[in-house]
Design a protein around this ligand. Structure first.
Ligand SMILES: NCc1[nH]cc(CCC(=O)O)c1CC(=O)O
Ligand SMILES: [Mg+2]
Length: 336
């Protein structure tokens, strides 16, 4: 903090700059725009929309909804969306082989988006096995352990099929060691050196992912099991910087911290330490919490939504993955 000369009361009146709206706008240090918002989507194999009880207002999208929603994202000025598949349970296996099917739900969705809006909208695909595995884990399980190197080989294949479908950003969310470097090499070898990697570098073993697991239908598969042998413990802070340093050295173009609001200290440390594109994921449980309080009439949904997103900007995030993306972009457009 800079040193200030002690002013005799009441020479310094902080309230002068807060008195009028124009003055508050004039001194604003941070701004939130639609370009800060990345919109996560859930898709299913079928048509129409399916509600997700624990994520009010977020529907799983059928094939006939994709094109319209992609156009809407563009019109709202949202730069990118992230696609997550609710895979038919009949397709879930121990080895999660559907993840590498070049015609799986995610790949079909990416092709449909690209056919409609092309390069006007960035498409992000998660890389991890949990939407496809019968045990709900992000990697291959041998005995009761999620094995690292064998999993990374499958993740490389998954990345290639998604890149071939037209995905712009591969986002590994699995927390295996060494996967960023391996995926970069695999993508380059497949002629996809233009495809970015946004690493879920500092991802915590969190109870805030509950509604997401309902949405992709993996909660039942995981059956109370935990991801603590690969996701970070909430006790850790320096360890997050170590994770980010490794992923950047392996070739990540941008990094992510996840969850968001309980980990804004990590967002701030990552951005101030590395000065690289840094994203945060306001995860499903954070969204559900705000919506539940708003539904009870205990919080003002719009105001809390914008305030929570501004918190990410203040902490140093360059963008936020949030289920509020469309609502927030609409509100910003109306206000702007
Ligand atoms: N690897 C899967 C994945 N990718 C994004 C989320 C959570 C996102 C959210 O809660 O909104 C998860 C869940 C998990 O790790 O169990
Ligand atoms: Mg790592």
């Amino acid at each position: 903090m800079p040193e200030f000369q002690r002013a005799p009361y009441p020479t310094t009146r902080m309230r002068r700059i807060r008195r009028h709206d124009w003055a508050r706008r004039m001194v604003a240090e941070n701004a939130l725009t639609a370009a800060d918002l990345i919109w996560p989507w859930f898709v299913f194999d079928g048509n129409g929309r399916q509600r997700v009880d624990s994520l009010p207002g977020v529907d799983r999208l059928g094939a006939d909804q994709i094109a319209r929603q992609a156009v809407m994202a563009c019109e709202l000025g949202i730069p990118a969306i992230a696609v997550f598949p609710a895979t038919d349970s009949k397709l879930k296996t121990e080895d999660a082989r559907e993840a590498t099917n070049a015609d799986n739900l995610v790949c079909r969705t990416v092709r449909a988006i690209k056919a409609e809006v092309g390069d006007s909208l960035g498409v992000i695909c998660d890389v991890a096995l949990d939407p496809y595995s019968s045990h709900g884990h992000d990697g291959l399980v041998v005995g009761d352990y999620v094995v690292n190197d064998e999993t990374v080989e499958v993740l490389c294949q998954q990345s290639i099929v998604q890149a071939n479908a037209g995905c712009d950003i591969i986002a590994p969310s699995d927390m295996m060691d060494g996967r960023i470097g391996a995926i970069r090499t695999a993508l380059d070898g497949a002629g996809k050196s233009d495809v970015q990697i946004m690493s879920y570098a500092a991802k915590y073993a969190s109870a805030f992912y509950g509604p997401f697991r309902d949405a992709v239908g993996s909660s039942g598969n995981l059956a109370g099991g935990s991801k603590k042998t690969y996701q970070q413990s909430p006790t850790q802070s320096d360890e997050a910087l170590h994770e980010v340093a490794l992923d950047l050295a392996e070739g990540a173009d941008s990094v992510m911290v996840k969850p968001g609001m309980p980990y804004l200290d990590i967002v701030h440390r990552v951005k101030s330490t590395f000065a690289v594109p840094t994203f945060a994921y306001q995860v499903s449980g954070e969204y559900a919490m705000i919506c539940a309080a708003a539904q009870n009439g205990w919080l003002n949904r719009s105001q809390v939504m914008i305030e929570s997103l501004m918190g990410f900007k203040r902490a140093g995030a360059d963008g936020v993955l949030t289920y509020f993306a469309a609502d927030a972009a609409k509100l910003l457009k109306a206000d702007g």
